[in-house]
Design a protein around this ligand. Sequence first.
Ligand code: APR
Length: 257
Amino acid sequence: MEEQVKKAADLLLKSRFTTAFTGAGISVESGIPPFRGNGGIWNKYDPRFLEIAYFMNHPKESWNVIKELFYDFFSSAKPNNAHFTLAEMEQKGLLGRIITQNIDNLHQEAGSKEVYEFHGNSKRLVCMGCQRIYPVPEISLDHLPPTCRQCGGLLKPDFVFFGEGIPQTALSASYEAASLSDVLIIIGTTGEVMPANQIPFMAKSAGCKIIEINVDQSNYTGSITDIFIKGEAGRIMEQLGVQLFTTSLDNDKDGVN
Ligand code: APR
């Protein structure tokens, strides 16, 4: 595996523009379970509660599950080495942007600036009546469903429910990234969910090299992945960081950059 990490580092150091495409697997070492596979959320909870039609007709039942899942269990999760390494890569000019399917805000909390959230963010609530946005800490979740202080409308987490559209900013930033990246690093995703899962395929057809980090094979591994590094995201990204930041430091010292 060290050989693969070294190969990935060499590719990343030569890349003009690199994008990271992340999924639930990058946050597993932060204590947030994945949606599918061992211990997956959908093995325990019915995804119906996150369908927009169900939410609108049964807001209280839906909010009971949402509160337990996204606010009681996981809201205290902290970034892990994978998030921090991506943030340091951005600071050192080795990463252009992150397209994440995750709603946990851990990339931003690790210090990444250019983060595009394909499925929104659970740290904000939006009013279905007047579209006002509230940071979650401002709203009590003791009485469900929560309502808007301004218009009394139903508040919804600002993440994409099944049956909702993808935020336009994230969509355009992802399509742009797919067309201009030389390297795409895919971390911790099955590649199961449309339309997010198309981004790597679009990047590949635009000539992008694909590095993939996952504990298991995904929809990309046997098809478009050029360098597959099997293992936990936190551990692998820490090793990749050592390769990248030591090498780029040596280059700086020799005045190569
Ligand atoms: N390190 C790296 N990869 C991991 C780790 C880990 N420690 N643990 C699990 N994985 C991998 C799994 O092998 C799997 O490929 O992370 C992936 C998790 O897959 P999913 O749970 O399907 O997550 P994701 O691909 O992000 O799901 C996409 O589905 O339900 C929707 O909106 C939800 O954004 C989510 C979307």
